[in-house]
Design a binder for this molecule. Structure first.
Ligand SMILES: Nc1ncnc2c1ncn2[C@@H]1O[C@H](COP(=O)(O)OP(=O)(O)OP(=O)(O)O)[C@@H](O)[C@H]1O
Ligand SMILES: [Mg+2]
Length: 568
């Protein structure tokens, strides 16, 4: 009876009345686990906590409920571990982890929230409809959604804890907390196509490889290529309402950096602390594998909850490779037949199920909300052909390929413009046309074509030297360098450069291309050498630090003057 076998995070034993997926408490220590296999009464369990010290014969109890999260006011600003236990930052940093088997509620049970009804007595309400609001933080209004269909018998304005009843719907009391199983997507009306970009303020991403709101992106690259910095930049600057950052099994110190750094950051749009619209889920590599596995589900479920309120949520998982490794580890312990590189055969379907929870939806309440998912992948040796990158690319429509070579040359963000792609360009094109400029697409495509041409020319130069190139080709190399160094390169650590709005992105690229167009026209008359020595080139190189559009007017004016002037 009780535990019959323990193999690292996998425990086998008899559990009374168990169902697949149930959360269990294992042994005297009451460790948290999940039933992942059942044969008769005998359950195979993955433990979310360290199983050291567990003994054969100790009891296992089912909670008769799947692994789930608590939803309600107080989520925003929280820092949780993979199974939604609140982490005390200080403890985390001192390496003093949550004691095993402890039950800490995810939401504060004592805190009172001011509930303001949005429905009145006698109203017909439907499940998912917003029936009241709570000011969760300065930035986020928490919308309390009806848990049932029915008639509002009673609704109370006032200060309540999450467990106190705020309304009665057709005889049923309703409070502000609910549980939701993490592996099950929350219901919505329908998915709707997205034609709007998630604006990130990162030029190479927005202009060249945009992600649509509600889309999914994969940022992949070797060790130190800048995945985490890209994710941080998105958390900070992207125009989502709510950010959910899942730090999944990254090195301990890196996660500490996030925990130290995030609470210090301010939201650029409001000047308020960024944590007032952020939830952090932190798993370090010294936490058990299974907890990492749970963390991405915890994250996406919280994202769905805010989506259902009508918010645009961005979920960032850094790095999903650690999650895949957890799957591999557990699968190995279960002695399942391994697939490619030891990952389980169901790796791709798990990854798919995660990214499929992104999207723009019509909510049950009749509003619109979205989840944009950005997952990092850390392929060993930077080899994109490995299973996790490949599986991820099947379900994401954007690939930001980070490059060791670029990072080595300190070209950041080290997004390789030749390997990366976005399948959302057609979708977001009209947004750019309406909000920025009619010729956005043409400009972007022309600049991209120049970069491609540059790489071909560089091959030739490598073989037979620059001398073999025509002046026009040499001009392409020079202008491409402007695109690379003055547009694509963007410092995350420079006060102005760290973020570029869409209009400025457009104007900056347009000035570079304008220079190219005029220079190309004048090249035979004026000669390449003279053109390359024009002082306007230095101004183009500094244009990214401009803060108003008039500066770009001046630059364009000067490009025109200096190139037409040469004509004499
Ligand atoms: N946009 C950027 N601007 C300036 N420097 C950057 C930028 N991106 C990355 N870097 C530099 O590269 C370093 C490594 O980046 P980062 O930690 O994001 O890499 P990573 O891909 O997450 O690595 P790992 O695989 O170890 O997790 C940073 O500490 C920073 O110095
Ligand atoms: Mg990293």
């Amino acid at each position: 009876m009780g535990i019959v076998r323990i193999a690292g995070p996998v425990v086998v034993g008899d559990v009374e009345g168990a169902s697949l997926g149930d959360m269990v408490r294992i042994g005297e220590a009451k460790l948290i686990g999940e039933i992942i296999g059942l044969r008769g009464e005998q359950a195979t369990i993955q433990a979310f906590e360290d199983t050291n010290g567990l003994g054969i014969g100790e009891p296992i109890e089912s909670t008769h409920f799947p692994v789930s999260v608590e939803l309600g006011p107080g989520l925003i600003g929280s820092i949780y571990d993979g199974i939604q236990r609140p982490l005390d930052t200080i403890k985390m940093i001192s390496g003093d982890f949550v004691p095993r088997g402890i039950t800490i509620p995810s939401l504060d049970r004592d805190k009172k929230w001011h509930f303001e009804p949005r429905a009145k007595k006698g109203d017909k309400v439907s499940k998912g409809q917003v029936v009241g609001t709570v000011k969760e933080t300065e930035l986020i209004e928490h919308r309390i959604m009806a848990l049932y269909d029915g008639i509002m018998d009673e609704v109370r304005e006032g200060d309540f804890t999450v467990e106190e009843s705020v309304a009665i719907i057709s005889g049923k009391e309703m409070n502000m907390i609910q549980r939701w199983p993490v592996r099950m997507g929350r219901p919505y009306g329908e998915k709707i196509p997205s034609y709007e970009p998630l604006v990130t303020g990162q030029r190479v991403l927005d202009t060249f490889f945009p992600i649509a709101r509600g889309g999914a992106a994969c940022v992949s690259g070797p060790f130190g290529s800048g995945k985490t910095v890209v994710q941080h930049q998105l958390a900070r600057w992207s125009d989502a309402d709510v950010i959910i950052f899942v730090g999944c099994g990254e090195r301990g110190n890196e996660m500490c950096q996030v925990l130290l750094e995030f609470p210090e950051l301010t939201d650029p749009r409001t000047g308020r602390p960024l944590m007032e619209r952020t939830i952090l889920i932190a798993n370090t590599s010294n936490m058990p594998f299974a907890a990492r596995e749970a963390s991405v589900y915890t994250g996406i479920t919280l994202a769905e909850y805010y989506r259902d309120m009508g918010y645009n949520v961005a979920l960032q998982a850094d790095s999903t490779s650690r999650w895949a490794e957890a799957l591999r580890e557990i699968s190995g312990r279960l002695e399942e037949m391994p697939g490619e590189e030891g990952y389980p055969a169901y790796l791709a379907s798990r990854i798919a199920a995660f990214y499929e929870r992104s999207g723009v939806v019509k909510t049950l309440g009749g509003g619109e909300g979205s989840i944009t998912v950005i997952g990092s992948v850390s392929p060993p040796g930077g080899d994109f052909s490995e299973p996790v990158t490949q599986a991820t690319l099947r379900f994401t429509k954007v690939f930001w390929a980070l490059d060791a070579q670029l990072a080595y040359m300190r070209h950041f963000p080290a997004v390789n413009w030749l390997n990366s792609y976005s399948l959302y360009i057609d979708d977001v094109e009209s947004w750019w046309e309406e909000n920025v400029s009619k010729d956005w697409r043409e400009l972007r495509d022309r600049a991209m074509a120049l970069l491609q041409r540059e790489s071909e020319l560089q091959e030739i130069v490598k073989l037979i030297g620059t001398e073999s190139l025509s002046d026009e080709e040499k001009l392409i190399l020079e202008v491409s360098r402007h695109i690379r160094e003055d547009f694509l390169y963007q410092s995350a650590f420079h006060e102005i450069d760290t973020f570029t709005d869409t209009m400025k992105q457009y104007r900056l690229l347009r000035s570079i291309m304008y220079f190219y167009d005029l220079a190309k026209e004048k090249i035979t008359d004026a000669g390449l050498e003279i053109i390359l020595k024009l002082p306007i080139r230095a101004k183009i190189s500094r244009a990214k630090y401009l803060t108003d559009m008039a500066g770009f007017d001046q630059i364009d004016e000067e490009i025109k003057k200096s190139l037409e002037g040469e004509d004499g």
